[in-house]
Write a protein that binds this ligand. Structure first.
Ligand SMILES: C[S@@+](CC[C@H](N)C(=O)[O-])C[C@H]1O[C@@H](n2cnc3c(N)ncnc32)[C@H](O)[C@@H]1O
Length: 276
């Protein structure tokens, strides 16, 4: 399957609105740049008419230019290698590719080969989730990472002491990539990557911790099911939505039996912690 890169030139506030709109029509990876941002999706999901319709609604609000190109699956690695810079989250967690120098000066290191999956740590939601994970006791816990992408949060969970992590994602290449990244970080014996959505959890006993960085609509839809798979007293960390959507997420979470604890924000994105 090939990928579509949509390059958008727009001022900051307009970019934020467009990212939210494009997320509704299948774009699930966004990278900021000096001129605006790039959005990515797969060819099967891409509909140029949807994009044109969104853009036409915002053309009057500022200088707006956009174009798209196809990136073949084979070229994807070269693309991300060119753009993937190592980063440090919360002064504690180094996230880097295998070809970057190691950071033994930091307590945690995650090595990621993102390929075509979401989750290099560069997106605000991933970094916010990791910051929240650092505040949660993972020692000997059984963790569910829903919407695992590269498996970055699953690796972090093991680094924080988790006994085992079930990492689930609906994208076929993602489950494979999460398994590869678990091996790259020498935690493959504690991470199981599985393809699917909430229905892939059938038969699982409740987890001690749930991590779910997905998107607003999936979280709202699956909230009740997450409730069935979390032990009483266990924390559930959500992300993948904007500050303006927190009231909706909070209402659904409370209905599912979770109590709100705290949240972090970055560039209007949220990661919130609830407890059952
Ligand atoms: C925002 S990314 C998060 C990736 C990674 N966990 C991170 O924190 O960087 C969301 C992921 O959720 C996956 N996803 C979308 N719908 C899903 C669903 N219904 N169930 C499970 N995963 C889903 C996407 O394929 C994508 O990999």
């Amino acid at each position: 399957m090939d990928f579509i890169e949509l390059r958008v030139k727009a001022p900051g506030e307009l970019s934020d609105i467009l990212v939210a709109e494009l997320a509704e029509v299948g774009f699930d990876t966004f990278e900021d740049n000096d001129e605006g941002f790039c959005a990515y999706t797969t060819e099967d999901v891409f509909n140029p008419d949807d994009v044109a319709e969104i853009m036409s609604r915002y053309e009057g609000l500022g200088e707006l230019e956009y174009s798209h190109r196809t990136i073949t699956r084979q070229n994807w690695n070269a693309e991300w290698e060119k753009n993937f810079q190592p980063l440090v989250i919360a002064d504690k967690v180094s996230v880097r590719a295998p070809f970057h120098p190691a950071r033994p000066d930091l307590p945690y290191e995650i090595v990621i080969m993102p390929r075509m999956s979401f989750g290099t740590g560069h997106h605000d939601t991933t970094a916010l989730m990791i910051e929240n994970q650092l505040t949660i006791d993972h020692q000997n816990k059984r963790v569910l990472d829903m919407g695992c992408g590269t498996g970055i949060l699953a690796v972090m969970a093991v680094h924080l002491g988790a006994a085992s992590v079930l990492a689930v994602d609906v994208e076929p290449w993602t489950a494979e990539n999460a398994a590869d990244n678990a091996a790259e970080n020498h935690v493959q014996d504690r991470v199981e990557a599985r393809l699917g959505d909430v229905t892939a959890l059938e038969g699982e006993a409740p987890f001690d911790i749930i991590l779910a960085n997905i998107n607003r609509n999936v979280l709202l839809e699956d909230m009740g099911t997450y409730g069935q798979y979390l032990k009483a007293g266990g924390p559930i960390l959500f992300s993948g939505f904007y500050e303006e959507d927190l009231p909706l997420i909070r209402a659904a979470a409370e209905q599912a039996g979770f109590t709100y604890e705290s949240m972090r924000t970055s560039n209007h994105w949220v990661s919130a912690v609830f407890r059952k």
